[in-house]
Design a protein around this ligand. Structure first.
Ligand SMILES: [Zn+2]
Length: 156
């Protein structure tokens, strides 16, 4: 296996970095694994309607993982009520675990946020968030699975 297939991923429950093989599946395979609403958002770049997702109002402590591959993505520690109707975070558990790219769709210039391991569409990031980062990660509930009670260990 070429080393380029391995991606360092931060594990927020243990505070360790492990190199994992990039998760690559066809749409056909994903459609068999995921519920349709999750598939439509996470694999096809859709957006769930505001105030309809499972987690926009969740305040319980815990860890949010990728609905497609289980990568640790966001912590309740960084979650805030943005009033938008989507789960909003001031940052991911680690910059390692996500990637971003320009999204010029729908006549807007936005920055798309994707899972670093499986390229699931998570949402978009904006620069109007609260301190200390000033960033607002606007994420679809459908792209997340919530694990209540998992304590997030800060990286480094
Ligand atoms: Zn993923």
């Amino acid at each position: 296996m070429p080393s380029s297939d391995l991606i360092p991923i931060y594990h927020a429950d243990t505070g360790t970095v492990r190199e994992l093989k990039k998760v690559i599946r066809t749409d056909e395979e994903w459609s068999q694994i995921l519920d349709k609403p999750v598939f439509d958002v996470a694999r096809k770049g859709g957006t769930e309607p505001a105030f309809t997702g499972a987690f926009y109002a969740t305040k319980i402590a815990g860890l949010y993982r990728c609905a497609c591959c289980g990568t640790d993505l966001f912590s309740s520690v960084d979650k805030f009520d943005s009033g938008t109707g989507w789960p909003s975070f001031s940052g991911p558990v680690s910059a390692m675990n996500i990637r971003t790219r320009k999204d010029s769709g729908y006549g807007m210039e936005r920055t798309e946020v994707l899972c670093g391991l499986c390229d699931a569409h998570l949402g978009h990031v904006f620069d109007d968030g609260p301190p200390p980062t000033g960033m607002r990660y606007c994420i679809n509930s459908a792209s997340l699975i919530f694990f209540p009670g998992i304590i997030t260990i800060r990286q480094e």
